[in-house]
Design a protein around this ligand. Structure first.
Ligand code: ATP
Length: 318
């Protein structure tokens, strides 16, 4: 049975077919998305097919997503279909600075209704790793479902990883920074971007940001830096290094077509490499390669490489 469990939202990203503010976008392209779903699919491509727990509506968009997961190699045994609530939709726009903006249709949608205990303890028995993200922390009951899963995984001795995945527009009920600190305290490994930490009272270079994460309890903090690659900092509780250290990898030069889901592909690369007990320098090189390849086609789930493609890509560039 799978070594890795991933839990959280699956949603539809409507990507704009033109540039500019959302009010002016006339047509969109439908893509399967949601950070945990992207991670699950990327892991399946890397021969580390996870158990994926999510919740979508019993509506046509839910049908599309369930098919998308199955077609991409993610078993749908733990894909819940909500008879009442709809599937979450996210409309995306690119402003003049090429920054992404979102408009979410996510009020009491299916993924916010994931329930504590929805994945039973016996489903965690053979697991070595559980990965969750910050979006399901923004609403109840998925917030308690996510915290509960993290707590039970910890108690079972399973490695827990967390990605804040900051989406400021979703945080109208709970405090984002307080929620992230609570989640960091339940995680062994945190993967974040500098933007995820922008609302934190820390400044400085990526290594300082990573250490601010370690201060909350995780033994490993990973920061992704777009085209600049990534960095990992570890504390002395880390099973992968013997002391406090910082490892960096500058990434790979590609011509990105769409960076949507690059961070999620990176996370999948990290998990696949760390459950295989690779050293941190190799973990970063591998994960940066997975992410870089992912940016070379539109859509988060379109250009995900398998291990052979990652190997070929790295060989070509060495
Ligand atoms: P997204 O939210 O779009 O999924 P992100 O903001 O979470 O992405 P980034 O830090 O932008 O994450 O990128 C994640 C990883 O993807 C980087 O660490 C790097 O390995 C790879 N990557 C992203 N952009 C580029 C690029 N322009 N060239 C090469 N690699 C890239």
């Amino acid at each position: 049975s799978p070594r890795v469990v991933v839990a959280g939202e699956t949603l539809i990203d409507f990507l704009p077919n033109s540039e500019g503010p959302l009010s002016g976008v006339e047509s969109f392209t439908r893509r399967a998305g949601g950070a945990p779903a992207n991670v699950a699919v990327a892991l399946a491509h890397l021969d580390e097919t996870p158990r994926f727990w999510t919740r979508i509506g019993e509506d046509p968009f839910g049908d599309f997503l369930e098919d998308a997961l199955r077609e991409r190699g993610v078993p749908t045994d733990f894909v819940e279909r909500d008879p009442v609530a709809k599937t979450t939709l996210a409309f995306v726009a690119h402003d003049e600075n090429a920054e992404r903006g979102f408009s979410f249709y996510r009020d009491e949608t299916a993924d916010t209704r994931m329930q504590p205990g929805g994945l039973a303890d016996e489903e965690l028995e053979d697991a070595e790793w559980v990965h969750v993200g910050g979006v399901t922390l923004a609403d109840e009951p998925s917030r308690e479902a996510t915290f509960d899963l993290m707590r039970r995984a910890r108690e079972a001795g399973v490695t827990v990883s967390f990605d804040p995945n900051a989406r400021p527009e979703l945080w109208d009920t709970f405090d984002y920074v307080g929620s992230m600190r609570e989640a960091f305290g339940l995680a062994d490994v945190v993967k974040a971007t500098p933007e995820d930490l922008a609302a934190f009272d820390v400044s400085g270079d990526p290594s300082e940001l990573a250490h601010a994460i370690l201060d909350e309890g995780p033994h490993t903090a990973l920061l992704t830096l777009g085209g600049e690659g990534s960095l990992a900092a570890t504390s002395d509780g880390s099973p992968w290094t013997s002391d406090l250290s910082v490892v960096e990898h500058g990434g790979y030069e590609v011509t990105p077509v769409d960076t949507t889901g690059a961070g999620d592909a990176f996370t999948a690369g990290v998990i696949a490499a760390l459950v295989g007990d690779e050293p941190l320098s190799e973990v970063l090189a591998f994960a940066n390669a997975v992410a870089a390849v992912t940016t070379t086609a539109a859509g988060a789930m379109t250009a995900l490489p398998d291990r052979e493609a990652v190997r070929a890509f790295r060989e070509e560039r060495s």
